[in-house]
Design a protein around this ligand. Structure first.
Ligand code: V0V
Length: 141
């Protein structure tokens, strides 16, 4: 089902401060950054220098609005690991396979994720307390 660990997501209150911390402390660099209005987030994908394209990244996620999932997570838990994202080749097929096993998906249809990817999430209560994201990357041309 899963072809790779795509990224792990960390909820942060201040995106620029978090980027500076991960750059200056661990030497990670920004691979990509964007605003996702639907998800209510500003986010940056960080990678280790020298990593091959497609290697696991660290996603720093900051809230755009008070009603976003990330704002609620920060209010409840403070900053920290928020999600584990698995890469799949076909998000609809992955959704069906997981539904057949009785897991709840958060969305009926895939939504738009980072860099044109298609995403959905498994409810954390059905995945051992971990918010699992499914990511089907956009095709690379
Ligand atoms: C909540 N819970 C979590 C959790 N968030 N457990 C583990 N990890 C998390 N991140 C627990 C919470 O403590 C509750 O446990 C239980 O789940 C249900 O909580 P709830 O109050 O019913 O629900 P909410 O309002 O806390 O919402 C949780 C969900 C929400 C997962 C439904 O965060 C959501 O819709 N997430 C999906 C969207 C998202 O995370 N977007 C931001 C990243 P107790 O207290 O009942 O035991 S955007 C992104 O990743 C992008 C763009 C990308 O990768 O491309």
């Amino acid at each position: 089902l899963v072809t790779a660990i795509d990224h792990v997501g960390i909820a942060v209150p201040d995106l620029d401060a978090a980027i500076a911390f991960h750059r200056d402390t661990f030497g990670l660099e920004v691979a990509h950054s964007e605003v996702n209005e639907e998800q209510g987030v500003r986010e940056a994908m960080m990678r280790a220098p020298g990593d091959a394209t497609g290697a696991t990244q660290v996603q720093l996620i900051a809230p755009l609005r008070e009603d976003s999932a990330i704002a609620k997570f920060l209010d409840r838990n403070g900053p920290g690991l928020q999600q584990l994202a698995y890469r799949v080749t076909d998000v609809e097929a992955a959704m069906s396979a997981l539904r057949e096993k009785g897991l709840r998906l958060l969305y009926g249809e895939p939504r738009r994720g980072t860099a044109g990817s298609r995403i959905n999430f498994v409810h954390p209560k059905d995945a051992g307390g971990v918010l699992v994201e499914l990511v089907e990357p956009a095709e690379v041309h």
